[in-house]
Ligand binder design. Structure first.
Ligand SMILES: [Zn+2]
Length: 128
């Protein structure tokens, strides 16, 4: 393995994906099974090609792109419980600061109020 790229997060994802294709193919027969088996085969070949590659810079760039996308997906799923918590909270109103985009919470039914962002100290009017 000297000089070879080895394993990273994208390769871990690819091998888990190929395992998922393998397990999924067990539930089907005929062409669908063939498709999943082919996808599994392609994933394994891709894993080997990346793990044994000597072009470290390109592999690192691919991994960086993957991690950027993966963190977005992870962030979306992590934000779901907070979203429902905000939805259930009838005593406060939530909005984003127009300057720094941080999420702010103010009490409801106070009419027009001037809000000061605790993060960037920008003041703006909002109806609560
Ligand atoms: Zn702000």
């Amino acid at each position: 393995m000297y000089g070879r790229y080895g394993n990273d997060q994208l390769n871990n994802f690819v091998i888990i994906l190929s395992l998922a294709f393998c397990i999924t193919s067990m539930f089907f027969t005929g062409y669908v099974r063939l498709i999943f088996t082919t996808l599994q085969f392609i994933a394994v070949i891709y894993w080997f090609a990346r793990a044994f590659s000597r072009n470290h810079q390109q592999r690192r760039r691919e991994n960086y792109g993957f991690l950027k996308l993966w963190n977005k997906v992870k962030g979306f799923f992590k934000s779901i419980p907070a979203f429902f918590k905000r939805l259930a909270d009838r005593k406060h109103k939530y909005f984003k600061c127009p300057n720094c985009k941080s999420r702010l919470r103010v009490p409801r039914k106070r009419g027009k109020i001037t809000v000061t962002c605790p993060r960037c100290y920008v003041r703006f009017d909002k109806k609560s």
